[in-house]
Each structure stands twice: as C-alpha cells, then as structure tokens.
Design a binder for this molecule. Sequence first.
Ligand code: CTP
Ligand code: MG
Length: 241
Amino acid sequence: MTGGRAGGYAARETMRALAILVAAGRGERMGADEPKAFLPVAGEPMLLRAARAFDAAPSVEGLVAVVPADRIGAAREMLAGVRSLRDVVGGGERRQDSVLAGLQSVPAGFDGVILVHDAARPLVEVPLIEAVVRAADEIGAALPVLGLVDTVKRVRDDRVVETLDRDALGAAQTPQGFRVAVLHRAYKLAFRDGVNLTDEAMAVERLGEPVVAVQGSARNRKLTTPEDLAWAEALLRRRPE
Ligand code: CTP
Ligand code: MG
C-alpha cells in the first residue's frame, strides 16, 4: 500500500466492511461429489481459505457464509475458528438468490461497504480486498478487473463474426464492493425487473451509477474445473501464502 491516502481512509468509520461469501453453488463443472466450496485446496477447504483471507483484512468486521441448505451445520464447524464470522445461511437457486440470502443477514443499521466474494476464489489476498473496500467506499461500487491475455472473437454458429478490441475488455472478479445503500437499491430493481445477474456490479451498471475497476489479480482466479484446482495446488506448493 502506498502513501498516506490508505491511512486516511483506514481511519474512517465508513471503511468498515461486511463480507458475504457465496458458496452455495453445486460446482457442476468441477464434477466432484461434494459442493465445490467444500473441496480442499492443498488440504484446506476453499470456503475456509477464502474466509481466512477476509478475516485477515483490517477493514472487514463481519463475514456471512452462504452455503447449500444441507451444509449449514458442516460449514459452521468448518468456520468455527474464523473470528469475524457472523452467520452461516442457506443459499438459493441462482447466485443472485444466494447473495440476497446473505444480504438478509446484514444488520439493519450497517452503513459500511458490503463485499460479495466467490468462495471459489480461495486465493484472494488482503491488499486486493482492501483496494476494493477503499474504492467502493469512495465511489459507491467497485470490483477487480483483470486484463485479457487471449485475443477475443465474437462467434455466432461456429463462425467468427469479428475480433474485439482486447484493450477495451476485462474479466470481472470478486470481491465486488458496494456501499450498502447502493447494493440494496440495485438489487431491488434487478429483482423487480427480472434480470439475471452474472455479478453484482451488473445490477449497479444498469442503473447508470459509477462502478470502479481496480486492478484484478491472476492469483485470484475462480476455480471452476479440476484443472483449476491442480493449478491452485501447484501455486500453493510454490508460494504458500
Ligand atoms: N454460487 C452460489 N449460489 C448459487 C450459484 C453459485 O452461492 N446458486 C456461488 C458458488 O458457490 C461460487 C460462486 O457463486 O462460489 C461462483 O459460481 P461458480 O464458480 O459458477 O460455482 P458453481 O455454480 O458452484 O459451479 P458450476 O457453475 O460449475 O456448477
Ligand atoms: Mg455456476
């Protein structure tokens, strides 16, 4: 972290953040017997690894885990040592339903930043979390975006239509951070309008409100397939934390 700017923000009450870890997906592309977030990465379940990162972030004062309904007890046990854990709740059919379930556990008077994070990104690191909280606190909404390495094509019926300008594109990651009022407003309208959200920022974008892109991180990759899991384990063997 650089300069006095970070310190200045850190002293503010509004820096307080509450994290919702969504872990209620089935993990179909992983093809395991267990829900994905419960699979170990180098000996530690994804959800616990992600939770420990948020627990270590100075601005995070509370954490809510959203898990499959039949795993609430198991998740409570798994997360017993996570100091900032406030609640473990059951998720919903779509990711946005799981986020909504997590939002219901946010205390009524909370006026800080809500972070929504995929438990499937267990290698997230504290500086990224803090950067998102700062930008969200300042502007209202923020997410990490990672530049693309591949050339990107628009394809229709197996035919390449065009090559897109890669420099203008980026991949959205989590944690995505929002002032609580911004997320509530955006989610309310998205549900009212029946929108399928692929991330939370999308709900804010459609209101025309500003969303800041902070620098994403290759290490913060979403673990989707068995190959991703192997990649994460190799990385942790080389660079443990
Ligand atoms: N998620 C969730 N509730 C859902 C769907 C997804 O909490 N109904 C969570 C997942 O647990 C994951 C994150 O959202 O941490 C990102 O989703 P994804 O990587 O797609 O995970 P899954 O939906 O579990 O995997 P798949 O799509 O392969 O089934
Ligand atoms: Mg999914």
